[in-house]
Ligand binder design. Structure first.
Ligand code: ZN
Length: 383
């Protein structure tokens, strides 16, 4: 049995507090957490290797392939202390009891520094555009390739990351619930059945800059007024479905001046639902609406798909026993791996649903329930 006190001790050694965590990829802050990973591995009698993407693997004896568990150690800006490390700590608790199981901390899961989420698992499964990501720069202008070098990783080896994939038989991840779903169900833990489909649309509106006072209604080509109608339409076209989430997340306005009719807008809309067909239909309907609006307003509207991730069904859900089943709307390393091997996720109740913020919290008694479900599943699968 894994007790809450053990998880508390493991996390206390990492030292994150309720003031929040700033731990981006390839930084000294992350290196400190990786030293903790090394200590946890040593205490469990495991050796540590770093794969070409910078992910850390704590390995049992032998050559594998192994079942593995774990999560990530990087955070978003001012993130919470359980998102990632809880899954790594629980992973070590399970691996210590099950010789033959590996623990992985995936590199740059949040992608907070270079907008490269699930970096380590994408690299491992060959789903990373290596040339593109290595050239990306952070807010200080540092290229990802240079950041990797500074952290002791070799960017020239990144393309070789998929060579490590055959070392894995499957992967399970324990993670904090980032919704109130388990709280609503009154359950301490749950098994994730699927990850929702996600689509990010990039829209460009081309109008004309004019004097805000002297330009008559029939002469205007207001890009922002058109964009506002599309923001509302995108939400309405989801039809009030509680499992269809739409967010107009980012907007850039030109010239963004007090007295000028907006001439240009770039808008990004994020849509998520478990049903890929509904997502495709939503995109089609929104594109049609944009065409009508363009004709009516003489604002040019271009709709492009910036990214699209299909929904993922987890092969491993039944191994978590009778925990309630969930659909998750966020991306995770286990979801990336699920395309290539048996994978699964177990979530820990989050009473407030808050995550990606210092207020993120769980009861470690709940985490222990999830950790024991993880242990039982690995026991069955890794036999
Ligand atoms: Zn996470």
């Amino acid at each position: 049995m894994i007790e809450a006190a053990e998880l508390r001790d493991r996390l206390a050694a990492l030292g994150d507090g309720p003031e929040g965590v700033d731990r981006f990829a390839w930084t000294p802050e992350l290196a400190a957490a990786e030293a903790w990973f090394g200590e946890q591995a040593a205490a469990a009698g495991m050796r540590v290797e770093r794969d070409p993407a910078g992910s850390l693997w704590a390995l049992p004896g032998g050559d594998g392939p192994w079942w593995a568990t774990g999560s990530h150690l990087d955070s978003v800006r001012r993130g919470g202390r359980f998102d990632g490390p809880l899954g790594v700590a629980a992973g070590f608790a399970a691996a210590e009891r099950l010789p033959g199981v590996a623990v992985i901390a995936f590199a740059d899961e949040e992608g907070a520094r270079f907008n490269t989420p699930t970096f380590g698992s994408r690299a491992l499964t060959g789903r990373l555009d290596v040339e593109d990501v290595l050239a990306r720069r952070d807010d200080e202008g540092v290229a990802l390739a240079d950041a990797m070098r500074a952290a002791g990783a070799d960017p020239d080896g990144l393309a070789g990351a998929p060579d490590w994939l055959p070392r894995l038989r499957g992967f399970l991840e324990l993670h904090i619930d980032q919704t109130r779903d388990l709280e609503r169900l009154g359950a301490p833990a749950g098994a994730v059945r699927a990850l929702a489909s996600r689509m990010r649309l990039a829209l460009a509106f081309t109008g004309r800059a004019d004097h805000a006072g002297t330009t008559r209604r029939d002469e205007r080509r207001d890009a922002l007024a058109a964009a506002a109608r599309i923001v509302v339409a995108a939400d309405e076209l989801a039809g009030g479905d509680p499992d269809f989430l739409v967010t107009a997340a980012r907007m850039l306005v030109e010239p963004n001046a007090f007295t000028t009719v907006p001439s240009g807008v770039r808008l990004w809309i994020d849509g998520r639902t478990p049903d890929p067909a509904r997502l495709a239909a939503w995109r089609e309907a929104l594109t049609a609406r944009a065409g009508e609006l363009a004709a009516a307003t003489r604002v040019g509207i271009d709709v492009a798909t910036a990214s699209h991730t299909d929904s993922v069904e987890f092969a491993v859900a039944d191994a978590f026993g009778d925990l309630p089943r969930l659909v998750c709307f966020a991306g995770h390393d286990a979801g990336i791996l699920a395309a290539r091997m048996p994978a699964g996720m177990v979530f820990v109740r989050n009473p407030t649903g808050v995550s990606h913020a210092p207020e993120e919290d769980v009861a470690l008694e709940d985490a222990a329930v999830a950790a024991n479900a993880l242990l039982a599943a690995l026991e069955e699968l890794a036999r």
